[in-house]
Design a protein around this ligand. Structure first.
Ligand code: DAH
Length: 341
């Protein structure tokens, strides 16, 4: 009888591990352990066993029952966990996170689009530039005190005899003479949107930022054309009700030079906490200086032009009414901040 029990146990174990669904497992449990199952039948047979073997066989049967129950339970677990990993096409998918363009990229695209609509071509002039294009050709003589206003990074390479030291361009105006030389004979209508670098870092300045520079050169270009272009930009970029005004200023490369203000949309020009007496400062502009035209190979007796140059970050933040407490956040890798724009 002992052998019979061992055989039954081995048979059952082999079958249990083969089963892959709960119904068959239940049937097997009944076949072996049910009231009239194979093991129960053996239990009934114990009576017929003679002598001291009875107790031993009783223990053997109990252990077999226990082993089978344990194995059935663990097989049940296996079957269940397997069915959990099966593909269920009705479960909604997990969407991968979707990124968005950086605020500055969006701003550049929008600014370029606004000017393209009135015939400006988009350029992107050098970030690493010669002093000649960044300053000298723009009518800053070698020791011109105004150079100090552009807190410039110098690149540690030997100076060029004609073009001077190499710099990281501190403004997009350095594209003006390059564009004049590239085009040769006017008309010129370009907007140079590029990175600029200055030695400054505080809540409202970063050492790397962006500017956009408009340049128009043709016959009979006057301040009226400049003002019209600025108003067009203000109305199309900021909103129809916006106006611009020119305030006299000084830049070596324009004569006359101006600072451009835009009417405040919060108080609509009457003056509020956000603005200075109803106006917000946008950036610089002016009529291209005859010396600059000459440096670009253009005769100032025949042609005239206007130019303007503003910060991309600042202009876009003004448009959206964004009050970012520290401009350096724009260039941090803090996704919690960047995701908002
Ligand atoms: N380049 C000047 C700056 O960075 C801005 C500027 C002023 C550009 C007058 C111009 C201009 O084209 O006409 O401060």
């Amino acid at each position: 009888m002992k052998e019979e029990i061992i055989n039954l146990k081995n048979q059952a174990l082999a079958q249990i591990t083969e089963i892959d669904n709960l119904e068959d497992l239940k049937d097997l449990q009944i076949t072996y352990l049910g009231r009239n199952g194979r093991l129960s039948k053996l239990i009934k047979k114990i009576k017929e066993v003679k002598g001291g073997d009875k107790k031993e066989i009783g223990i053997q049967i109990n252990q077999t029952k226990k082993t089978l129950l344990e194995l059935i339970a663990s097989q049940k677990q296996k079957i269940k966990s397997k069915s959990n990993t099966e593909f269920d096409e009705t479960v909604p998918g997990i969407l991968p996170p979707v990124g968005n363009l950086h605020l500055v990229t969006k701003a550049i695209e929008e600014i370029a689009k606004t000017f393209k609509a009135i015939g400006f071509s988009q350029a992107r002039y050098n970030e690493v530039e010669w002093d000649y294009f960044g300053f000298e050709s723009l009518n800053f003589t070698k020791d011109h005190p105004a150079r100090d206003d552009w807190e410039t990074f110098f690149v540690d390479v030997p100076e060029d005899k004609k073009l001077g030291p190499m710099i990281l361009t501190p403004h997009t105006s350095s594209g003006q003479v390059r564009e004049m030389k590239r085009v040769g004979t006017p008309p010129i209508r370009m907007v140079n949107i590029a990175k600029c670098y200055r030695r400054q870092a505080d809540v409202s300045h970063v050492p790397m930022f962006h500017q956009f520079e408009g340049l128009v050169v043709d016959k009979n270009i006057s301040i009226v054309n400049l003002k019209g272009t600025l108003d067009y930009f203000a109305q199309n970029f900021f909103g129809e009700s916006r106006k611009t005004r020119l305030r006299p200023y000084h830049f070596p490369f324009t004569e006359p030079s101006f600072e451009v203000d835009i009417s405040c949309d919060v108080c609509e020009g009457s003056g509020c906490k956000l603005c200075k007496g109803g106006w917000l400062e946008l950036g610089g502009a002016g009529m291209v200086h005859p010396n600059v035209l000459r440096n670009g190979g253009i005769d100032p007796k025949i042609y005239s032009g206007f130019a303007f140059g503003w910060g991309v970050e600042r202009t876009y933040m003004m448009k959206e009414g964004l009050k970012i407490p520290d401009i350096r956040l724009l260039y941090s890798s803090n996704l919690q901040i960047l995701k908002q724009f």
